[in-house]
Design a protein around this ligand. Structure first.
Ligand SMILES: *Cc1c(COP(=O)(O)O)cnc(C)c1O
Length: 420
């Protein structure tokens, strides 16, 4: 699309935006009365207007029914709440109903999934990942391996971008899998890199791993609700995500797991609890663990119903918008941000790939000169992005609630900073 850096052009795009009504389904933070320009949905998505009412509904059920609340409402009861999340989740991640289940929190799910899917042998014991992945994932891998008596330095193969580059070429990752095929048990990495905003070619990585019988799992923290996913078709073995970023389920909201259908067998090793036990017999309280079929069998504890109720309300909005529509607005919205930033004349480098196929909402800017000053200037204008020391500003216009006019305003701040 041919962009123009004018307010009239931005407003024109807003008026013809098929998703424009979705903005009104969120509370826009306005601490001083004036709504902020919120470009931080990659860190904490905004509160859906339905979140408060559903919470109050569950509180009333608890207040009025006590323990009977578990079954109050039949098909919409607490007891079935995780099942009610499956349809929107399946649509968002491209999985079957049996392959997805909301549960726990992200890093906990990573440990649980490593227990199941990392099964090293004498020859095949290494884990390929990307260098500089999100710290929680690094700490989880390091400590998980140590807890199992393995040396992380001997076990992890970290792929860094070729010298001088901020981002990876798909071939670099595929080549690393090729080169290490004899020793790899698992490929485990982010599907979308939190720092650079790069989307990896999950289909190609999964295909390459499968070719050598290597298990593959993706952390979708920054990908879910951001880019279309086809986990089932890509034959990803497992995936996990958090829901408080692009899924807007609230701080520390419920995470989720995807387990490909081909692994829906009862004999996989796992760390279990009663919530993953065969539902029909759960209350017989008998000895010997029998898992629920599918992803449900990885549930451990009684679900956090209050958080899950908000999660359901939030993912309904994303599923309602549809990932294809969200994506087509997102490509344009982020493309417009790229355009106004380049047009601003402010000296910056965009780390995020310029090809829309290799990025989601977020642009990560390297601002070597006066980075913090321009970031503060954005803040003064009520624009919320995120600052990473020493010189990175991440801005994530999200298609559910951000507008082209807001993007244009961000460009104006950079242009003014460039002039001064
Ligand atoms: C946000 C994020 C996390 C956070 O993990 P929690 O367990 O939810 O605190 C982990 N990994 C990645 C890649 C993330 O982007």
């Amino acid at each position: 699309m041919h962009f123009q850096n004018t307010l009239a052009f931005a407003r024109e795009l807003d008026q013809t935006d098929p998703l424009r009504s979705f903005r009104d389904r969120f509370h826009l933070p306005a601490p001083d009365g004036r709504p902020l320009i919120y470009f931080c949905g990659n860190s904490l998505g905004l509160q859906p207007k339905t979140a408060g009412p559903v919470l109050e509904k569950e509180m009333a059920i608890w207040r009025n029914h006590g323990v009977e609340g578990w079954f109050e409402g039949g098909e919409t009861s607490w007891y079935t709440l995780h099942r009610q999340c499956k349809d929107p989740l399946a649509r968002i991640v491209g999985g079957r109903l049996s392959e997805v289940c909301p549960m726990n929190n992200l890093t906990i799910n990573l440990h649980l999934l490593l227990t199941t899917f990392y099964r090293p042998t004498q020859e095949k014991y290494r884990i390929l990942t990307i260098g500089g992945d999100f710290p929680s994932d690094q700490y989880a891998l390091e400590t998980h391996l140590k807890a199992r008596g393995l040396d992380p330095d001997q076990t992890l193969v970290e792929v860094f971008p070729e010298t001088g580059n901020q981002t990876w070429k798909t071939e670099e990752i595929l080549r690393a899998i090729d080169e290490n095929r004899e020793s790899l048990a698992l490929v485990l990495m982010s599907g979308l890199h939190y720092y650079t905003g790069q989307v990896f070619d999950m289909a190609a990585i999964s295909r390459k791993a499968r070719q050598y019988g290597i298990t593959v799992g993706f952390d979708l923290a920054h990908a879910v609700g951001n880019v279309p996913l086809r986990l089932h078709d890509w034959e990803v073995d497992f995936a996990f995500w958090c829901s408080y970023k692009y899924l807007n389920s609230g701080p520390g909201g419920v995470s989720g797991m995807f387990i490909h259908e081909k692994h829906h067998t009862a004999d996989l090793p796992r760390l279990a609890g009663w919530w993953g036990y065969e539902e029909a017999r759960r209350f017989e309280m008998t000895k010997g663990f029998i898992p629920m079929p599918g992803a449900d069998g990885w549930q451990v504890s009684t679900p956090n119903i209050l958080a899950m109720a908000v999660h359901k309300a939030a993912i309904d909005i994303t599923a309602d918008a549809g990932m294809e529509s969200l994506r087509s607005k997102s490509e344009r919205l982020t493309g417009f941000l790229e355009y106004v930033l380049k047009d601003s004349g402010f000296p910056l480098e965009i780390m995020t790939p310029s090809d829309p196929a290799h990025r989601g909402c977020q642009l990560s800017l390297l601002v070597r000169k006066d980075g913090k000053a321009v970031f503060n200037r954005l803040l003064e204008q009520g624009i919320i992005g995120d600052w990473r020391e020493p010189d990175c500003i991440r801005l994530a216009p999200t298609p559910l609630y951000n507008t082209y006019e807001e993007v244009w305003q961000v460009g104006q701040v950079f242009a003014a900073a460039g002039r001064d």
